[in-house]
Design a binder for this molecule. Structure first.
Ligand code: ATP
Ligand code: MG
Length: 564
């Protein structure tokens, strides 16, 4: 099954199906041997991981074939579009590591699109229709039987020209009439049943202001914009496959450069939602703090969560280019960031759930400086110094008074290695009146530091620690999946995706960290040893660092699911 899918997505030469099309075109000398792609977001929200897939694909194809990629904002719906979104989209694309050839806007072409509409009217290929939206939908009918032609369909060219001019001049209210292409009301493809080209919308546009009160529809604006820019391969997602005959019809009717539309399967991820409408709802109704909340599948959320551009590019590459819709497991994304951060992230010790440990036989007030490697995967990242003293913090989970058989961490009478430091043995515990352990007492074995006579003494476990006197405090935000079901879009009757939000997707703890972390730069990545990857959040203050957990070291959900 799996190998069949791979064969479908990549042919024998290792090319994905879009690369195969491009190589064939190049061989046949089409488009003068040029490859020109575009990424066409509508600026009505922040970009998400699905857009990242499209960005990596469009920019990646151009890069591979020595071509170019435009960034074109598809800004034909003034009601939902904002400059804030334009800015965030540009920032996200550049952060992912791509640079566009030109920054363009569909609104740049409003005048040209208007002139072309007049041309189509003059050639009898477009008409002004006074039917209401509902009447137009009704008239289209169903795919299995022909629709009903509008009574306005056979207006004269002169009348259509005059009406269209009046539409533009603002003489009619919203919804009064539309411009439709005159194609085929009997076509089995509903998109060809006289699609709407222009609607009246008295709304201020974020770029053209109040200059226009008629706005082109997506299908009319998109192919024409591609054509104006000389795009050769117009890559889009599968839901546009049924629009392709219309894309082709407009290019042919206008006799303009005809880009080739190619569709691929959109990226779907489990345990999240990706429609901008739903993401906007999460933000507006404050289920998350903002578009860049680290639990969001937005590019800005992933960045704040500690994802690297490389990890997202690797993810997009690994997912590949498919012709059929599928759902990718979010653990693949987590795997990609772990693999990248394992190479890059500095190691450090942090105690997230502290309990005090006292080394009874260690001299009071003595401090030793231990050395630790910053990254065992990359020795060029050097070493750091960690102060050690009589009183330490360790994780509560690293001690058990009555341990089960395979517990190799600390327990009464048992020995463990303190990472980068001595071997210790637990001798007793102190408890409060409720029986809770408050302090763990140990002795240390003096000759067990690395390089000393007893350093090879056999112990099963090694735990992390911090010196109570030296440790600094920080806030740590432990994120988990935003939804607790794989497909929140697929809500049961009477429920919405909101009902599947994971109530434990954010846990905030006060933690102890190594003192030298206070000298670090924002957004740096760390591996908290034995715990996971963390990055510094932008809300941090110089004396109060905030860390976001990017991901745990292992896939805890895989374990959980295999138990179920
Ligand atoms: P949404 O449905 O989330 O609002 P959209 O498709 O309306 O997304 P656009 O701004 O129109 O968003 O998308 C810009 C480009 O990104 C389009 O070419 C679109 O096909 C592509 N794209 C959007 N979502 C995905 C996805 N999940 N996987 C791959 N490509 C996507
Ligand atoms: Mg869209």
């Amino acid at each position: 099954m799996e190998s069949k899918q791979i064969n479908e997505n990549e042919n024998k030469t290792g090319l994905n199906f879009i690369e195969a099309i491009i190589e064939k075109d190049l061989k046949e000398g089409k488009n003068n041997g040029q490859v020109y792609t575009r990424f066409p977001p509508e600026p009505n929200g922040y970009l998400h991981i699905g857009h990242a897939k499209s960005i990596c694909l469009n920019f990646g194809l151009a890069k591979k074939y020595n071509g170019k990629t435009n960034l074109r904002f598809d800004d034909t719906n003034p009601v939902k579009e904002e400059v804030e979104y334009v800015d965030s989209i540009k920032e996200d694309i550049q952060w992912l590591g791509f640079q566009w050839e030109k920054e363009l806007y569909a609104s740049d072409y409003f005048e040209q699109l208007y002139q072309w509409a007049i041309q189509l009217i003059k050639e009898g290929k477009a008409y002004v229709d006074n039917l209401s939206q509902e009447e137009i939908s009704k008239g289209r009918g169903v795919p299995t039987s022909p629709g009903v032609e509008s009574p306005y369909r056979n207006r004269s060219v002169e009348e259509n020209l005059a009406l269209f001019e009046s539409m533009r001049a603002g003489e009619f209210p919203d919804g009064y009439c539309v411009l439709r292409a005159k194609i085929d009301m009997a076509s089995p493809n509903m998109h060809l049943r006289d699609p709407i080209m222009y609607r009246i919308l008295h709304a201020t546009h974020h770029r053209t202001g109040d200059k226009w009160c008629i706005y082109p529809m997506y299908d009319y604006a998109h192919g024409e914009s591609d054509s104006i820019e000389g795009i050769t391969h117009s890559v889009c997602t599968l839901e546009f496959e049924v629009h392709r005959p219309l894309y082709d019809w407009f290019c042919n009717a206008l006799r303009i450069h005809h880009p080739q539309q190619i569709e691929f399967a959109r990226l779907n991820l489990n345990y999240t939602v990706m429609s901008k409408r739903k993401l906007l709802q999460l933000v507006q109704q404050k289920y998350v703090s903002s578009w860049d909340d680290p639990r969001m599948p937005t590019i800005s959320g992933l960045r704040r969560r500690g994802y690297t551009p490389e990890s997202i590019r690797t993810f997009a590459e690994t997912v590949g280019v498919a012709k059929r819709d599928n759902v990718i497991d979010i653990s693949l994304l987590e795997f990609c960031v772990r693999a990248d951060l394992n190479k890059k992230a500095l190691r450090t010790m942090a105690v997230l759930n502290p309990i005090k440990l006292v080394i009874d036989n260690y001299p009071d007030h003595q401090v030793e400086i231990m050395t630790a490697v910053n990254n065992p995967e990359d020795h060029s990242q050097g070493i750091r110094e960690v102060p050690f003293s009589k009183e330490l913090w360790i994780e509560k989970e690293d001690f058990m008074e009555n341990p089960p058989k395979k517990f190799f961490r600390l327990s009464p009478g048992n020995e463990v290695r303190l990472k980068y430091s001595y071997i210790i043995r637990c001798v007793s515990v102190e408890k409060d009146s409720d029986g809770n352990i408050t302090v763990i007492h140990c002795i240390y074995l003096p000759n067990t530091l690395s390089g000393m006579s007893d350093c090879n003494r056999r112990v099963r476990g090694a735990i992390h620690w911090l010196s109570v006197e030296h440790a600094q405090t920080a806030e740590v935000r432990l994120f988990d999946r935003l939804f607790n079901v794989p497909n929140p879009d697929d809500a049961e009757e009477g429920k919405t995706f909101i009902d599947y939000l994971n109530p434990d997707s954010l846990k905030v703890v006060k933690a102890f960290i190594e003192p030298q972390l206070l000298q670090t730069a924002p957004l740096s990545h760390y591996q908290f040893e034995r715990q996971g990857y963390f990055c510094i959040d932008k809300d941090s203050q110089p004396n109060c660092l905030i860390f976001n957990r990017t991901t745990t070291l292992k896939d805890s959900w895989a374990k959980q699911m295999s138990k179920e």
